[in-house]
Design a protein around this ligand. Structure first.
Ligand SMILES: *[C@@H]1O[C@H](CO)[C@@H](O)[C@H](O)[C@H]1NC(C)=O
Ligand SMILES: *[C@@H]1O[C@H](CO)[C@@H](O)[C@H](O)[C@H]1NC(C)=O
Ligand SMILES: *[C@@H]1O[C@H](CO)[C@@H](O)[C@H](O)[C@H]1NC(C)=O
Ligand SMILES: *[C@@H]1O[C@H](CO)[C@@H](O)[C@H](O)[C@H]1NC(C)=O
Ligand SMILES: *[C@@H]1O[C@H](CO)[C@@H](O)[C@H](O)[C@H]1NC(C)=O
Length: 651
């Protein structure tokens, strides 16, 4: 309707001097396409610079500010209008009823210092063009219907002093904003979650209020991700055991846990920043955030006025930092796609304090559940660590729990594994007997033994890796017992020569020679596997007295003594006694176990042999049942278990 009229105007004023012609056209196009209050009468007969809400520069050659607050503007900002005001320094459209996303061409406003869009009905994600307006000092998007995450790219706005995003629908976590000049900040009444980054903790609680899931800083403390485990009064390693912690009062435990958690959190905050910046940098293919931002993120804040050469240095350093603080997936990676930041934001629960460190069950925000093992006392340099884990990552076998990823920094070494819900053999075999627990029946135990044996044989034969830490708590059960998996293998080399595997291998499973040589070998693994078999047969836990304070026994010796004095079925787990016709198999398995725990390493079979022997036992299953013949036959010379075991293996 008014189109024709505007063309005339455009023509008229294009010949006028001292008039910002291009800007005038843009403004007319804008106002013609949007309903507005009659108060805004931009008359053709007056100079653009005298229009309501418009300010020009001193030469009257360009519009430098446009302020139309409460001007009854309704609907979306027409595209290709305001974006042409190339000299605009201030744009205020607050308190209207503007809708839709902010038009992309606003990114052309390279001179813009202040953008006030508050109290409208804008929606959509955080306007992606805003981070390109690098001269902005004030940005107010409050009181709209913006949603999605607040982008890390906001760090591009290095001159920002005021950022107002309150009363929107922003979600996700707050990016770390490392802008030292920022003195007004408000993100209250959104749907943000996660912890408040350290750089923003200087702002008052009212800047963050109304976000139900935001925590830390001026708000209530977050639950730390990797809560430090309750220190055990016993120094030695062992399977997860609630027993030791029961000796501390609940209050003391909470106190210690909270204090330790706070320390851990502080240490991790820095880490968090580094990867945050690293990740976002990695994601934006072209956009490189302002060096000062990354520098600050890397813990070198305060260098805002860096020269270009020192900026390069900082960028390089930050890139190195990113490289360093990466979560590295190994092998097939298990199809996971998350990064350290996701891991740190995960909710975590202590699974157990083991000999190599503490294990956590971490539930990521997308529901992915993994086990994070926080290694302690790693004694090798980064390169060696990486090589070890990379090669362990290549080991793939259904009965071995693969390492999925690792993280190495000066203060923190993490390994990531699949989470297996059914728990360990240790907890299934020994956990609260009798109280509603379904005992593992013989068939299950056999299949678990097989699976573990196959995994170990593969580890020894194909991968040429010494497990070094076989124990029931490292035997992880799946609903299908054939899929039972061994975990924690091959980690001994990570702890350097100072802390040898011997001091880490669980006491009751340790081969006698390892106590002296302090070196785990294939044969010492076989010994440990033998103890594991005895454990399955007897239902008794091997000697763990030094850690759990519990009465423990030297399983191999105990079994030998019982067997020597009088060959009875007494050694077997009472829970197995209810099943009929299994004695023969149990005896054969006992013989294999006894072969494995021979005192002299050379007398022990190797794992391939052990698996063969077990397969023989299984293949005879259901076949000729000779009653208690087996018991008697094998009772000849129980003190020489190795030979007994061998004889069973020969067909
Ligand atoms: C005004 O015009 C003169 C000459 O064209 C120029 O030197 C000066 O920078 C201009 N001032 C502004 C504020 O644009
Ligand atoms: C950051 O600002 C630069 C211009 O200084 C721009 O090219 C880049 O696209 C901006 N980054 C983002 C993510 O918007
Ligand atoms: C806000 O945006 C959501 C979608 O993002 C929409 O469903 C809702 O109606 C909007 N609310 C208002 C007041 O515009
Ligand atoms: C945080 O918000 C994001 C986005 O809404 C959501 O996907 C995630 O699950 C939330 N995280 C937590 C811990 O609530
Ligand atoms: C942030 O915004 C909320 C809601 O508008 C307001 O109540 C609060 O006082 C503001 N806080 C600061 C620090 O400006």
């Amino acid at each position: 309707m008014t189109f024709h009229y505007f063309f005339v105007l455009v023509f008229l004023f294009s010949t006028t001097t001292g008039e910002p012609t291009a800007d005038r056209n843009a403004l007319l196009a804008f106002i013609s396409q949007i309903p507005h209050s009659p108060r805004i009468r931009w008359s053709a007969s007056t100079s653009t610079c005298d229009w309501v809400g418009v300010t020009c520069d001193a030469n009257r050659t360009a519009v430098v500010s446009l302020r139309l607050p409460g001007a009854g503007l309704i609907g979306p900002i027409p595209a290709s209008t305001l974006g042409s005001l190339s000299s605009l320094r201030v744009l205020s459209l607050r308190s209207n009823r503007l809708t839709g996303p902010v038009p992309q061409d606003l990114s052309n406003l390279a001179e813009l210092h202040a953008l006030y869009l508050q109290n409208n009905l804008f929606s959509g994600g955080f306007p992606p063009e805003v981070p390109r307006l690098t001269r902005l000092t004030r940005l107010d998007l409050s009181g709209n219907n913006f949603s999605g995450e607040i982008p890390f790219a906001i760090n591009n706005l290095t001159r920002l002093t005021g950022l107002f995003l309150e009363r929107n629908q922003f979600s996700g976590s707050l990016p770390s904003i490392s802008n030292l000049g920022l003195n007004s900040f408000n993100v209250s009444y959104n749907s943000l979650n996660g912890s408040i980054p350290a750089s923003l903790q200087k702002f008052p609680a009212s800047s963050f209020a109304g976000n139900l899931q935001l925590c830390g800083g001026p708000l209530a403390p977050c639950v730390p991700f990797f809560p430090s485990p309750v220190p055990s009064p016993f120094p030695s390693p062992g399977p997860p055991s609630g027993k030791s912690s029961k000796k501390l009062s609940t209050k003391a435990i909470i106190g210690i846990a909270v204090a330790a958690g706070v320390v851990a959190l502080l240490a991790l905050i820095l880490l968090l920043f580094c990867c945050w910046s690293a990740r976002k940098r990695g994601r934006s293919a072209k956009g490189v955030p302002k060096p000062a931002a990354t520098a600050a993120a890397a813990g070198r804040s305060g260098d805002m006025g860096a020269t270009s050469s020192s900026k390069d240095d900082i960028v390089a350093a930050a890139a190195g930092e990113r490289e360093k603080n990466r979560l590295v997936f190994v092998g097939s990676g298990g199809g996971y796609s998350f990064d350290l930041e996701d891991l740190l934001r995960a909710s975590a629960e202590v699974l157990g304090k083991g000999s190599v460190g503490t294990s956590y069950k971490a539930v990521l925000e997308d529901g992915t559940t993994v086990v994070v093992k926080r290694l302690k006392d790693v004694g090798v340099p980064k390169r060696d660590f990486e090589l070890s884990i990379e090669s362990l990552g290549k080991v793939e076998h259904a009965n071995l729990l693969p390492i999925r990823a690792y993280y190495f920094s000066k203060d923190e070494k993490l390994l990531v594994f699949d989470y297996i819900a059914a728990g360990s053999l240790s907890s299934n075999l020994h956990g609260s007997r009798g109280s509603g627990r379904t005992p593992l029946d013989w068939d299950h135990r056999m299949r678990i033994a097989f699976a573990a044996g196959r995994g170990l044989a593969y580890l020894h034969g194909v991968a040429r890796v010494v497990h070094g830490n076989i124990k029931a708590s490292n035997v992880l059960l799946r609903p299908d017992p054939d899929a039972t998996a061994l975990s924690d293998y091959g980690l001994a080399p990570l702890f350097g020569p100072g802390a040898t595997p011997a001091s880490r291998a669980a006491v009751g499973y340790r081969a006698p020679e390892v106590v002296e040589t302090r070196r785990a070998t294939f044969k010492s693994d076989v010994f440990s596997f033998g103890v594991l078999l005895l454990e399955l047969l007897t239902g008794k836990a091997p000697n763990q007295a030094s850690i759990s304070g519990e009465e423990g026994i030297d399983l191999p010796r105990w079994v030998q003594s019982v067997v020597r004095e009088e060959w009875t079925a007494e050694v077997f787990d009472v829970e197995l006694m209810r099943y009929a016709n299994i004695e023969e198999e149990m005896v054969q398995m006992l013989q294999i176990a006894m072969a494995c725990v021979a005192l002299v390493p050379d007398a022990r079979p190797d794992m391939a042999e052990v698996v063969r022997m077990m397969e023989d036992v299984a293949s005879n299953r259901g076949a000729a049942s000779e009653g208690d013949e087996g018991l008697r036959a094998s009772s000849d010379d129980p003190t020489k278990p190795a030979s007994v075991g061998r004889s069973t293996s020969t067909p």
